[in-house]
Design a protein around this ligand. Structure first.
Ligand code: ZN
Length: 353
């Protein structure tokens, strides 16, 4: 088993993490190494749940925060082992998100008496089907492990604070018609033509911009698919328009669906799937202290991330980590050495108080 030295510098540690291949489903070796390194630290209690490792301080502080990162990566693309070129670390997962994991491991090892209790979570299977997600599994089976006042997910965000996340919902607007031979179209009713007013409604829709905890979330309601048609000589009897609603954290999934139904009042609207939004929780003391220690202006997160899993448990969460999200999953992904150091310094200042 490769051994990880958590007392080395964050650059060496990031490279060591990259060099232990951990494509989703193959995290055991890395999880073993992380568990072994953390178990040796007397100020932490370390637990293992599948290939997810949890380490926590127990100092009876007034607040508890979670610092979390996933251990897995997308498949290799000829980008192993790591390389250090021009103050950038290149290699599989360098950006998404072994740089962030290295920062979290350094904090876990070096800050023995944080001013707020910390639960560090290193989980598996983030880059694949949602049912396998290690954080989701922990939330379902051992929610008490994730109890906290605030959580930081160390996904690459260019060291910017991205608060909460939008929810997402897909629904189908079902348009009925009456089948007929297209040579006798007057005997039928064309379901595809019936989609015209639905598309007009979408084109004229004015999405909301919603302030939540001081961040403005821009919503969107868009057609993302349309199906219909039977054959080249048949008036179609059904057309379906699939819409995707990205909604702000002031709405629950049920409220979001009610809004879509209301927008298409008079039509049959079928819900396909949805995932909740997450509030940034920047009004909490630990979150406010976090933003202050970092000295950066928080932004809303556009997109869905694992922060929503914390929101479902009632734990507000933000994304904050080294690396540019646009580089995630690319062959040439890298993380800047300077960003690794600044993330470690700033998170360290927050935890040291
Ligand atoms: Zn990631």
């Amino acid at each position: 088993m490769p051994s990880l030295d958590l007392h080395t510098d964050v650059v060496t540690l990031t490279r060591a993490l990259v060099d232990v291949e951990s494509v989703s489903g193959n995290e055991r070796t890395l999880a073993d190494a992380v568990e072994a390194a953390l178990s040796g630290l007397p100020h932490l209690q370390t637990g293992r749940f599948g290939n997810t490792v949890v380490a926590r301080t127990s100092l009876s502080r007034a607040e508890r925060v979670v610092v979390a990162g996933h251990l897995d990566t997308v498949p290799e693309a000829g980008n192993l082992p790591s390389r250090l070129v021009d103050d950038r670390i290149y290699g599989l997962g360098a950006c998404d998100m072994k740089g962030g994991v290295a920062v979290a491991l350094r904090l876990a090892a070096t800050i023995t008496e944080p001013v707020r209790d910390v639960t560090y979570v290193f989980y598996d299977c983030e880059e694949i089907e949602a049912e396998k997600n290690g954080l989701g599994r922990l939330a379902r089976t051992r929610p008490e492990e994730l109890t906290a006042d605030f959580a930081v997910l160390m996904e690459p965000s260019s060291a910017q604070v991205e608060g909460g996340c939008q929810g997402t919902l897909r629904a189908e607007i079902v348009l009925p018609g009456k089948r007929a031979h297209s040579a006798r179209a007057w005997m039928g009713a064309n379901a595809i033509h019936a989609a015209a007013p639905v598309l007009t409604r979408l084109a004229e829709y004015k999405p909301r911009q919603v302030p939540v905890d001081g961040l403005v979330y821009r919503e969107g309601l868009n057609a993302v698919g349309i199906t219909g048609g039977v054959a080249g000589n048949v008036i179609p009897d059904e057309c379906r328009v699939t819409v995707n609603y990205r909604f702000a954290p002031d709405r629950s999934e049920a409220e979001a669906f009610a809004h879509v139904q209301e927008t298409f009042a008079g039509y049959v609207v079928e819900l396909r799937d949805s995932a909740p939004a997450a509030a940034p929780g920047l009004d909490r003391p630990s979150a406010a202290a976090f933003v202050e220690a970092l000295g950066v202006q928080p932004h809303p997160k556009f997109g869905w991330t694992d922060v929503a899993r914390f929101a479902e448990l009632g734990v507000p969460a933000v994304n904050y980590g080294p690396g540019e999200s646009a580089l995630a999953h690319t062959r040439d992904e890298y993380v800047e050495v300077a960003e690794l150091h600044s993330c470690e310094d700033r998170m360290g200042a927050w935890l040291r108080g």
